[in-house]
Write a protein that binds this ligand. Sequence first.
Ligand code: SF4
Ligand code: SF4
Length: 189
Amino acid sequence: MVKITAILEVLKALFKPVTTDYPKGPPTHVPPGIRGLPQFDEDKCIGCGACMTSCTSGAIDVIDQGANRTVDVSYMRCLFCGRCEEICPEEGGIVLSDKFELATTNKAEAHVTIKLKLTKCKSCGAPITATKQLERIKERILGKTDPKIPEEITRDLPKYLELCFECRKKQSYALDIHTRKFYLRRWET
Ligand code: SF4
Ligand code: SF4
């Protein structure tokens, strides 16, 4: 009896495939939590560039050109490490999907391009960052400001957001945005 069962098992192994005939058939099982293709949400992206700085394989570029900031992602370089998903400050801006079959003959399909309006320095014309990011900064700062000092913050904020770092540094006394005023006030009270 044992012999017959063993023979049947051998025959089964010979004639019935034990693995999926991949890639002819679809994969039968994608494990939960698999790190697959990162999907970028164009509407949620603010163009901050955090994903570029944390990308382990240089798959993301942020290019400031003319009136636009472009976030360009090359899936051909992506390792599915998930760093970009972790670092993105916008909820759902990048989500790793369970897609992993990326073979394509069309190069455009292997890229994601997000175009955003770029804000330039009012003084020297150098690019600052994406306008959407500046709006988000404003929203977050004003949302978390001590209600006792909103007037001063509201007055100073545009000076920070309309000038590049270098111009702010050079003009901080003239614009009265140098932090010394806060120290001086402490001394006076
Ligand atoms: S980290 Fe998120 S919000 Fe920032 S550029 Fe990348 S996708 Fe856009
Ligand atoms: S998953 Fe990793 S390698 Fe791919 S784009 Fe994001 S950070 Fe770069």
